[in-house]
Design a protein around this ligand. Structure first.
Ligand code: SF4
Length: 439
C-alpha cells in the first residue's frame, strides 16, 4: 500500500507529555511547561520566555506553584522553534509532564541558605532531566528541596529534602518520602534525618527506582506507602539503596547563578501567576539593573528579586509601581494561589481566576492575612491543602434546568499538617458566603 504523503502523520499526544506538552483541547492547542530549577530565571532566560510567549502563546505566561512556567495555546508546528529558543538559554521542557521526575521545586526562594538549596536543586535537575533511566515512570515524580520547614511544602512531595544543618562542612538534610495531594491527599513520612549531602543523589535515585518498580501504572508513590505501610516501604527503600552507590564524588564547584539576598527579598505579586509577556520583559530588565540579574518564580506564583540593600528595595518598589504593580490592590495584598482551571486546563471544572476574583471581592479585610488557594479540580495543583483556606472544585452538579455548575469543597489548615476538608459540595453562592465569614 502506498503511503499518502499528503496526510500529516498522526500525533501521539501521550508521547509528547515527556517533552512537557499537554493537549489543551480538541482544537489541538497545546500547553507547554518549562522546567525552571528552583524557580530561578536569569534576565536572558526571562526575556527569551517573554519573546516566545509573544510569538507563539498569545503573549501570556503562567507561573506555577512549583516554580515552572507554562505557555498556553501553543500550536504543534511551533514546538521546534520554541524548543530551539529555550535550548539557546539553557531551559528545557523535558520531563515537565508525564511519568518523569518533574521540575525540581524550592519554595524558599532567596532564603538565607538559598545558595546551598539552589546548588542541590541544580545538581538533581542535571541528573534527572532527560535521563532515560528515570523516564516512563508509572506517574509523575515530584522532588522539593527546602531551606527548613516553613510552609510545610515537604509534606506534598514524592521526595522532599529539607536542609536542617548548613553549618557543617557538608550540609545535612532530612529526607521525606511518598507525599502528594490529588484526590487522596497524603502527607509525606520522614525516612531519615540529617543525611549528608553527598548521599542524597543515590538516595533520590533509590526512591525513583522504588517508584518505577513497585507503583502500579497511573499511581503516585504514595499509593505504595498506603498499601504496604511505612515499615515495609522503608525496607523496600533500604533494598533499593543497596542496589546503587552509597555516595557520589563531590560534584565540583556547584556554582549557583542567583546571588543570595543580603536583605529580605522583594516580591512582585502576580495575580494567579498569570502575566503579560511585556510585563515579564519589564520585570526582567528591572532584575538586571536592581537585583543581580535574576528573578525567582515563587511557590505562590509571584516573582521575587534578591536585593543587596534596603536602598535597592525603595528604588525597585518605585519601579514596580511604575510598571503597574503598586502592591495596594486586593489581588496584590492577598496570598492567593490559583491554578489555571478551565481557562486553560482540560481537567478544569471551574473558571478559577473568575472565582478567585469573586472571593477577593467578598473577603473581609481581616482575612487577607490568611493564605488562600483555589484549584479547578481535585488534582490540587494550587496546593489548597497547604493554604489556611483552600478551595477545590470537586465536581459538576446539575441544577433544575439541567445546567452543570461546579461545586466546591473547602479545606482549613490550622496546624503544620495538611488542611482538612470542612465543607463539601458548596455552590458558588455558598462558597462566597463562606469566604465572606472567613477568619
Ligand atoms: S488542579 Fe486541575 S484544573 Fe487546576 S491545573 Fe491542576 S489539573 Fe488543571
Amino acid at each position: 500500500m502506498a503511503l499518502d504523503s499528503s496526510q500529516p502523520p498522526a500525533v501521539d499526544f501521550h508521547q509528547l507529555r515527556l517533552d512537557g506538552i499537554y493537549r489543551m483541547n480538541e482544537q489541538d492547542e497545546l500547553m507547554l511547561r518549562i522546567k525552571v530549577p528552583a524557580g530561578v530565571l536569569s534576565v536572558e532566560q526571562a526575556l527569551k520566555v517573554a519573546e516566545l510567549a509573544e510569538r507563539f502563546a498569545g503573549a501570556r505566561v503562567h507561573l506555577t506553584t512549583r516554580g515552572s512556567i507554562e505557555l498556553h495555546r501553543v500550536r504543534l508546528g511551533d514546538l521546534a522553534a520554541i524548543g530551539r529558543g529555550l535550548a539557546a538559554v539553557g531551559l528545557t521542557t523535558r520531563g515537565a509532564c508525564g511519568g518523569a521526575v518533574r521540575g525540581i521545586a524550592c519554595s524558599t526562594s532567596f532564603s538565607p541558605n538559598f545558595a546551598l538549596t539552589q546548588a542541590l536543586v541544580r545538581r538533581l535537575h542535571r541528573h534527572f532531566a532527560g535521563n532515560p533511566h528515570f523516564e516512563h515512570l508509572p506517574k509523575k515524580f515530584k522532588i522539593g528541596v527546602e531551606d527548613g520547614y516553613l510552609g510545610s511544602r515537604h509534606l506534598i512531595q514524592d521526595l522532599a529534602l529539607v536542609l536542617v544543618d548548613a553549618a557543617q562542612d557538608e550540609p545535612r538534610y532530612d529526607v521525606w518520602v511518598a507525599g502528594g495531594l490529588g484526590r487522596e491527599p497524603q502527607a509525606a513520612v520522614l525516612f531519615a534525618q540529617g543525611v549528608a549531602q553527598s548521599r542524597l543523589l543515590p538516595l533520590a535515585e533509590a526512591v525513583v527506582r522504588l517508584h518505577a518498580r513497585h507503583t502500579p501504572p497511573g499511581k503516585r508513590l504514595k499509593h505504595v506507602l498506603r498499601r504496604i505501610g511505612a515499615e515495609c516501604f522503608f525496607r523496600l527503600l533500604d533494598a533499593e539503596l543497596l542496589d546503587g552507590p552509597g555516595q557520589l564524588a563531590p560534584a565540583g564547584l556547584d556554582a549557583v547563578p542567583a546571588p543570595p539576598s543580603a536583605v529580605a527579598p522583594l516580591t512582585a505579586t502576580i495575580f494567579a501567576g498569570d502575566l503579560d509577556a511585556a510585563l515579564l520583559r519589564r520585570l526582567a530588565h528591572l532584575a538586571g539593573v536592581h537585583a543581580g540579574g535574576y528573578l525567582a518564580v515563587t511557590a505562590d506564583q509571584n516573582l521575587a528579586f534578591a536585593l543587596e540593600s534596603e536602598a535597592d528595595r525603595a528604588i525597585l518598589r518605585e519601579q514596580l509601581a511604575e510598571a503597574g504593580l503598586r502592591g495596594d490592590t486586593p489581588e496584590e495584598r492577598t496570598t492567593l494561589r490559583v491554578c489555571v482551571g478551565n481557562h486553560a486546563c482540560r481537567m478544569g471544572l471551574s473558571p478559577t481566576r473568575d472565582v478567585a476574583r469573586r472571593m477577593l471581592q467578598v473577603m473581609p479585610e481581616s482575612a487577607r492575612s490568611l493564605s488562600w488557594a483555589i484549584s479547578g479540580c481535585p488534582n490540587s495543583c494550587s496546593q489548597p491543602q497547604l493554604a489556611d483556606f483552600g478551595v477545590v472544585s470537586s465536581r459538576l452538579a446539575k441544577d433544575e434546568q439541567g445546567e452543570r455548575h461546579p461545586s466546591f469543597d473547602v479545606y482549613r489548615r490550622k496546624d503544620a499538617k495538611l488542611g482538612e476538608k470542612v465543607r463539601e459540595g458548596l455552590s458558588l453562592a455558598e462558597l462566597l458566603d463562606a469566604v465572606s465569614h472567613a477568619k
